[in-house]
Write a protein that binds this ligand. Sequence first.
Ligand code: NAD
Ligand code: MG
Length: 402
Amino acid sequence: MNMTKSLTILGATGSVGQATLDVVMEANARARAAGKEDSYRVIALTANRDWAGLAEQALATGASYVALGDARFGPQLEAALAGKGVAIGLGPEALVEAAARPAELVMAAIVGAAGLAPALAAAKRGATIALANKECLVCAGSVFLKAVQDGGARILPVDSEHNAIFQVLDQSDRVEKLILTASGGPFRTWSATAIAAATPEQAVAHPNWSMGQKISVDSATLMNKGLELIEAALLFGMPENKIDVLVHPQSVIHSLVAYEDGSVLAQLGAADMRIPIAHALAWPARLVTSAPRLDLAAIAKLDFELPDLERFPALNLARCALQMKGAAPTILNASNEVAVQAFLDRNVSFPEIAAIVSETMEEACRLGMDAALGDLDDVYAADEAGRSIATQNIAKRKFVSA
Ligand code: NAD
Ligand code: MG
């Protein structure tokens, strides 16, 4: 029997994408050393602009198709792969083509709502989706889940908190609470005054995890936990009032499930994305990985505290969006993507990220744009509205401060 699983990685050059390839390469090396066939065969890989990284990955894995989202870098990619027998696609449609090619497993690790169309293509053809991209789930919510169901696809959560819950959730009808842990980010102990002057460099310097820029800023505002709250509600079918957030600075416990009988189950591990990635890639089996082992005696002590919603208002904005349902999470996510980019570009201050999201949500509600999501057109319309209102809000702020 052929035990090799075929795999496509969307967002292969990013932090999660590279960690996925590390897991795949290690699994294949171990299989070969044991005289067995490879555990994984890479079908397609995608990136946005990093043509050199993508070309290198294609040659290292033997992928048959690569897609680059930003077509301007196509000539460089074509030159790097000339005569190597790798098919190349350019532009957003090529990302969808990569996801549509037959691979049993698709790692969805593009950042932001840009990952939605390719993830949907994988859902429609019934792939098993290892889902790292939380934004596409948050922005398309019920529409995305319906596509998964209609296509006969399956989602395996890769986000470490959701992967932790997935590992310990056996009787979802007996659950009292899901408890998402949060590191608290780099500004957990900072005063509001210090946070107001935070730079992009300080915001992306996460204390425990090494991640892409966007999620690092989200971790600093706690919007990441807000997006994860919505992600958990969708993935596990839980109401908003049954999901708590607990700050746990050591990032050893990746989340917990409290059951009705008083039992609380948690998943623990080193803060290394290779662990949840390996879990999703191998599920329902397990892989051997060389990720660091947890040394609890050396860690000695685990701390917990409630999140400070005054200094980190983004978490409650997400909770409100989840309560409002409909397109509110779509608008939250779209405005947050725009505001985070503006912060990284030094056009707005750190606290303005949450302020812009809040203003955008208020305005979108006033305009009645938070209605229910019927289909994908509604998702794209709400996403576009959120982006355009947020962009206007940023322009107004710059005008005032200029
Ligand atoms: P990253 O910025 O390191 O990588 C993003 C990847 O997406 C890259 O391959 C990039 O080329 C590609 N990409 C970016 N913009 C694109 C576009 N417009 N079109 C097509 N491709 C595009 O991000 P990351 O940290 O690896 O995070 C990826 C996703 O996984 C995010 O949704 C994030 O929230 C989620 N996630 C990440 C981590 C982590 O530890 N990094 C943990 C949990 C969840
Ligand atoms: Mg997470």
